[in-house]
Design a protein around this ligand. Sequence first.
Ligand code: FAD
Length: 549
Amino acid sequence: MKILIIGGVAGGAGAAARLRRNDEKAEIIMIERGKFISFANCGLPYYIGGVIEKKDDLLLQTPEAFRARFNVDVRTENEALAVDIKNKNVIIKNLISHKTYKESYDILVLSPGAKPIKPPIQGADRENVYTLRNMNDVFTIKDYITEKKPKTAAVIGGGYIGLEMADNLFNAGLSVSIIEAMSHVIGPLDGDMAAEVHNHIRSKGVSLFLASRAVGIDEAGVTLENGNKIKADIVIMSIGVSPETAFLRDSGIALGPRGDIIVNKELKTNTEDVYALGDAVQVTNILTGHPQLVPLASPANKQARIVADVIAGKKVKYTGAQGTAIAKIFDMTVGVTGLSETHLMSNNIQYQKSVTYSASNASYYPGGTSMAVKLLFEPGTGRLLGGQITGKKGVDKRVDVLATAVRHNMTVFDLQELELAYAPPYSSAKDPLNMAGYVAGNIIEGMCKPIYMEELNNITEDSILFDIRTPEEFGNGTIGNAINFELDKLRNNLDNIPRNKELIIFCRIGLRAHIAQQILEQNGFKTRNLIGGYRFYEQIKKDNITFKV
Ligand code: FAD
């Protein structure tokens, strides 16, 4: 059995290692265009910021060590130019000798990944404009920073890689601007949840240009569509990636509209004995059943094992992706899993939602901070469709629990029941996900009658904004022309509260408002609880999303 693998990093090297563990006798050849194999793509931004200090720490394996351990014929600086599926061979160019040769295969595994998209803007080919994909890119950027000592940087694209680069360039001492064409950073995050991230980025002194398209780059920096000029001695372009499959175009291997390789659940292409995985393949979203690209390391690593096991004859399948992702953005962490509200809305999928703020630790334990948890769930059943969490501490473990819950079709009521590890240094006895489950459950069961921030735009004279925080909190700022009735004085003042209007109750995060809602509803008032409370409102307002009130 002769197995030829194209691509020698996350998917390719992972598949090669598992193939060897499955079969000691197979001949395995791994073709990699670059000089390095199995390097830490995800760690690259942190080398720029100095968090990862040594180049070698980015290398998980050298070709020599990989050869020695797995008996794989590793050919770096070799590029696959074309695949001949009829004769089962690949045309390969040795990039050092410039000689082209044919390599036959019994089985072909494709893991060529995805390349950064370079927008066709003027000046994109200047010396100080970079994309980041591999070791060569990161060394070139680092050398430029060391030698030319740029003072200002512009990052075009506010996705995960763009923001990680902004964070690390900032850590490297540069003054950073982020330019994002959409109205918010991180596509899979909803705009309301992105507001706090925007405010945090700005609080660091980083300039954030949202809904701004870069149209040109010159010696002074980046020009935006509206004519504004952003000063930049160095420019990083990170507007997304596209499957690197040009070499397969005429092969007969089926590709999707974006050049993505089409595979089935066993990661087989339409072509006999050709498998594919990683950033280059189309995967099925487990929630929608629709095909999509999920260029992330976790799916690629899982697929590497599955592809090798399918080749070994095992009955395994890749069941699909849900887009779980996490990023460190300065001092904040942003985690997402499943479908966003934006996606649900634009695909006409019925949903309900909750937004809660909970402490990362027991309230009395020093160092705890608050995290925002947004849940999206099916009306009626409460089946989880997605979730987003932002905060400074403990976001990672909650998003992983949530990802597990989404993967296993759990409901918001299941979240209430989760018995999660607790001691004050780590959590609170009612974990943020238990709390999110309670609130979402209350919404489904009607105990919480919600109103959402975006609905504030539509409230009429038939409603009153009803702030039940303390007079001190009220004095420090409220929503519109709200009236103040402190929660603890409510029961004795019921006669002074208007009964002919709907009361839009809010407190800081929604907890006191929930108590107030029960008191008032049980006394015959019509109420709604402003989900996310004043804290959520304040973040959204600060981010310049304006409300009529
Ligand atoms: P790759 O790992 O990109 O490997 C593909 C290899 O194939 C490349 O080395 C390429 O040179 C080679 N190749 C392509 N065409 C040919 C050819 N014709 N002939 C020979 N060789 C070829 N994911 C996360 O989940 N979390 C993160 O924090 C994260 N951070 C990232 C940060 C950066 C800067 C980058 C670039 C990516 C990050 N990712 C992250 C994404 C993650 O690295 C990818 O999802 C993963 O590496 C995909 O594996 P792959 O094997 O499909 O592609």
